[in-house]
Design a protein around this ligand. Structure first.
Ligand SMILES: C[S@@+](CC[C@H](N)C(=O)[O-])C[C@H]1O[C@@H](n2cnc3c(N)ncnc32)[C@H](O)[C@@H]1O
Ligand code: SF4
Length: 456
């Protein structure tokens, strides 16, 4: 933890600290000084002092000056920790979720982002190149337009909880008393929210595991969404192969769904069992064969899973590649507070996870896939990232829009966050629904009126 002269940025300085392992115990003190056109950030810990000075450009607006002061403080702290630990991080001093968003904004203001990433923010050349490739793949999809609308629906149920997962979702068996009521409230919200749609870009039903709903409830949701569909990309994060059946696939197809996820996470049966996924690698392949002619398919993999080595991950990636789905998304294990996994049960070295992620990048790009979106989270193994890869022309519009925050997102269901963008995303207003199902059910009228205030 840090004690800073600039209290309002303490939480962001703590984000820099979380890039390094075991730093919390250092009790860092931050001293900030500004004199004329110069700021000096000094950090004191373990009896040592690390000081860095920066020149402040002239004629800055108040907002720009605040932004720069924060950036210099974070950068200085990163440099101090990097020197102390003799270690550089792949994303340097960058702490945000969306490195590509920062690259776009740099490009707009200065005409370049690579030098800024490498020289100023200390991002590695490899990660800078990754960002450059993502921006390149997004050409033709990336469109700033405040009227563009993506429509999201959240289904917070799963066939069972996976050990690593910290998403807000519920074992459907344990919550079956509320499922019908949830679906009815959701449909009411979808109906109410249809009027906010301006130029529809995509529909995305996420989870959880949407196909853990029985066919009657799934059909109700799909029927409602079919009413708003204008022939756009329509994804369902079907997800768990043990919940995908011929019958629910037929429903998805009949109601216009054209993209689904069939997620292995890993192709090693031992790991799948350990994670509580209740399906085998063979089942993933069987389900994929059922789906691949009717849908564009995405497969999620996770690098750094409990007890997996580089060769386990390599096997999973090679298997996914041999199946040739349109999209492969490579996540890096993130040990969040809400998951059953604790940080202690999974201490793979950052180097090992790094090797996995590098292998995925090299193999996928060699085999005709390109990275098309990426994001980072806190508590990620090796401080790495999640990357979506796509075959040419098959990138998921929803993922690009959501990551870059360049369109409005009309989101329905518990834990959904609707967003309205202004001036191409320069300003964003949000409205969040309660995370828990019962609170969602009780507050549906309030949720609708809050969304009216946001969108109308
Ligand atoms: C919201 S989940 C839904 C997917 C679907 N229910 C399934 O399990 O196949 C989306 C993806 O997030 C990833 N994920 C979930 N928990 C994670 C964690 N702790 N670390 C890294 N990736 C994670 C998984 O790859 C998962 O497929
Ligand atoms: S990984 Fe998917 S199936 Fe497993 S608990 Fe999370 S959302 Fe549910």
């Amino acid at each position: 933890m840090i004690k800073s002269d600039l209290q309002h940025i303490e939480s962001e300085l703590n984000e820099v600290i979380s890039l390094f392992e075991d730093v919390e115990k250092l009790n860092i003190k931050h001293i900030f000084a500004k004199k004329e056109d110069r700021v000096v950030n000094t950090f004191v810990f373990v009896g040592k002092s690390f000081a860095y000075g920066n020149l402040m450009p002239k004629n800055l607006s108040e907002i720009e000056e605040k932004r720069l002061i924060k950036r210099f403080a974070k950068l200085s702290l990163y440099k101090a920790l990097s020197r102390f630990y003799e270690k550089e991080m792949p994303w340097g001093s960058l702490t945000g979720i969306r490195p590509t968003k920062l690259a776009y904004s740099q490009l707009e203001s200065t005409g370049e982002f690579e030098e800024f990433f490498i020289d100023t923010m200390k991002v590695s050349k490899e990660k800078t190149q990754l960002v450059k490739n993502v921006l390149n793949t997004q050409k033709g999809i990336y469109k700033k337009d405040d009227n563009n609308t993506d429509f999201f629906v959240f289904i917070p149920f799963c066939p069972s909880r996976c050990k690593y997962c910290s998403f807000i979702t519920n074992d459907i068996e344990k919550t079956k008393a509320y499922v019908d009521e949830y679906v009815n409230a959701l449909i009411e919200e979808i109906r109410h929210s249809a009027k906010y749609i301006k130029n529809l870009r995509s529909i995305y039903v996420g989870g959880g595991t949407p196909v853990s709903l029985d066919n009657k409830n799934l059909e109700k949701v799909l029927k409602e969404l079919a009413k708003i569909n204008t022939g756009v990309e329509f994804s369902v994060e079907a997800g768990r192969p043990d919940a995908i059946t011929k019958e629910n696939l037929k429903l998805l197809k009949d109601y216009g769904v054209n993209r689904i996820c069939v997620n292995p996470q890993t192709f090693n049966n031992k790991t799948l069992q350990l994670l509580g996924r209740n399906h085998t690698a063979e089942q993933v392949i069987d389900v994929y064969n059922l789906t691949k002619d009717d849908f564009s398919v995405n497969m999620d993999l996770i690098a750094g899973l409990e007890k997996e080595t580089f060769s386990d991950f390599k096997y999973s990636l090679d298997t996914a590649l041999s199946l040739s789905p349109d999209n492969i998304t490579v996540h890096t294990l993130c040990v969040k507070k809400g998951s059953y996994l604790s940080a202690e049960t999974n201490r793979l070295s950052a180097n090992e996870v790094n090797d996995m992620v590098d292998y995925a990048y090299n193999e996928l790009t060699k085999n005709g896939y390109a990275p098309y979106y990426l994001y980072r989270q806190k508590y990620m193994a090796g401080n790495l990232e999640n990357v979506g890869y796509t075959k040419p022309g098959k990138a998921c519009v929803y993922n690009v829009d959501v990551m870059e925050e360049i369109s409005q997102n009309v989101a329905c269901g518990a834990n959904a966050i609707s967003k309205r963008v202004f001036n191409g995303g320069e300003r964003i207003e949000r409205c969040a629904s309660p995370k828990d199902i019962l609170t969602y059910l009780k507050n549906i009228e309030k949720i609708k009126s809050n969304k009216d205030k946001l969108f109308v």
